[in-house]
Design a protein around this ligand. Structure first.
Ligand code: NAI
Ligand code: NAD
Ligand code: ISE
Length: 342
């Protein structure tokens, strides 16, 4: 059985995912595309030589009879409407983060999925598939470092465009840490606070960069997360978990080391596309394999999308107040307890 995908949003990551489904992964094909920029959708079909129809909008694409699953890679604010329409039509959905840009929007999706009666949605929190984070999780779950007490992490991008705003440091960038860290330590967030160090001279006038986010979990773990999106030197993701018996750290990206011109060095990546390339492959392969095997996807759920949105909302409030803000989740519905997600 081949899973026939319709893609909504043929920008940067939409194109990456189309390429991997068409030529790298097994069991899927792209049969439909759309983009608000129709020229971009047409261009993708031509450039990638796809046997796919171009639809005028998401609704028409979702309604197409030959579309089994929808890949939502439009910009964040458009996700909610496309995901709700796909659930309404009973189609599987792989949606890039964020699931929706507000907690209310995520809750609407959670409710629609529960009403449908089985899982249809997987959120693109790919770090759960990254071998480095998987090794960290195994070490923590096996009590290798005892009880985790603190986490220090950094999410650095070399630069961002002028459309990138201060709140995006949370809902576009930190959102990956928000998802992966509570999964890593099996805990939920209690509070969040944001502080602003001295501003980088490379940050545009409207942007506060870097930012330090402090998250506290219900179990008392304190997380210190640096977001620095104009760090210049590369794309760099760091994570160190400090326990009462030892410390585990995320492996560095593998690269040759070199001795040249009086330097002993190693390379740093420049682009998120390369850093998590294996994780993107694995999350989409798992989405397809799991649907074929069990009739439902297996990766991060709509509930995970909701947790991330509630935490991001509290963090954005904290950006503006300077205070410690409370992260308050409603009780997890039984529907989502039955899923042992990766
Ligand atoms: P992009 O701006 O390159 O592409 C978005 C595309 O969606 C554009 O072509 C735009 O015309 C189209 N679009 C926007 N609204 C639409 C709508 N209502 N209907 C149809 N098409 C629409 O953006 P990019 O970088 O590809 O990001 C897309 C999504 O992927 C975002 O949600 C982003 O957060 C996520 N993303 C996730 C990454 C990850 O590491 N998981 C990395 C990069 C992006
Ligand atoms: P992008 O701007 O390159 O592409 C977005 C595309 O969506 C554009 O082509 C735009 O025209 C189209 N679009 C916007 N609204 C639309 C709509 N309503 N209907 C159809 N098309 C629409 O952005 P991107 O970098 O590809 O990011 C897209 C999504 O992927 C975002 O949600 C982003 O957060 C996510 N993303 C995730 C990762 C990751 O590491 N998981 C990395 C990058 C982006
Ligand atoms: C982008 O949308 C991503 O998801 C990348 O993984 C992240 O590093 C970047 O900051 C975001 O803008």
């Amino acid at each position: 059985m081949t899973i026939r995908f319709g893609v909504i949003g043929t920008g940067a990551i939409g194109r990456e995912h189309i390429k991997r489904i068409q030529s790298k992964l097994s069991g899927g094909e792209i049969v439909a595309v759309t983009d608000v920029n129709q020229a971009s959708a047409k261009d993708v079909v031509e450039s990638f030589e796809l046997d796919a129809a171009v639809y005028p909008d998401d609704k028409a694409l979702i309604a197409a009879e030959n579309v089994d699953a929808v890949l939502v890679t439009s910009w964040g604010p458009a996700h909610e409407a496309s995901v709700l329409a796909a659930i309404e039509a009973g189609k599987y959905v792989f949606v890039e983060k964020p699931l929706a840009t507000t907690a209310e929007g995520c809750m609407k999706i959670v409710e629609a999925e529960m009403k449908h009666g089985k899982r249809l949605v997987q959120v693109g929190f790919m770090r759960r598939y990254d071998s480095g984070y998987v090794q960290l999780k195994e070490a923590i779950d096996n009590n290798f470092i005892g009880e985790p007490l603190m986490i220090r992490c950094a999410h650095r991008n070399p630069e961002v465009g002028e459309n990138y705003t201060t709140d995006m440091a949370i809902h576009d960038t930190l959102i990956h840490e928000i998802d992966v860290l509570h999964w890593l330590v099996n805990d939920d967030y209690k509070t969040v606070q944001v502080t602003y160090p001295k501003k980088s001279k490379h940050a545009l006038e409207h942007l506060k960069d870097p930012q330090i986010v402090t998250l506290e979990t219900n179990g008392g773990i304190v997380i210190n997360a640096e977001i620095f999106v104009n760090c210049k030197y590369g794309y760099d993701i760091q994570c160190e978990v400090i326990g009462d018996e030892g410390i585990v750290s995320l492996p560095e990206f593998q690269s040759i080391s070199f001795r040249k011109n009086g330097t002993f060095g190693t390379n740093v990546l420049n682009d998120w596309k390369d850093r998590f390339i294996d994780a993107y492959d694995k999350e989409l392969q798992d989405f397809m394999d799991s649907i074929k095997k069990t009739g439902e996807p297996n990766g991060p759920t709509s509930w995970d999308g909701y947790i991330a949105a509630v935490t991001a909302d509290a963090a954005i409030k904290a950006q503006n107040s300077g205070e410690k803000e409370v992260v308050s989740l409603v009780e997890k519905p039984d529907f989502y307890n039955q899923y042992q997600t990766i």
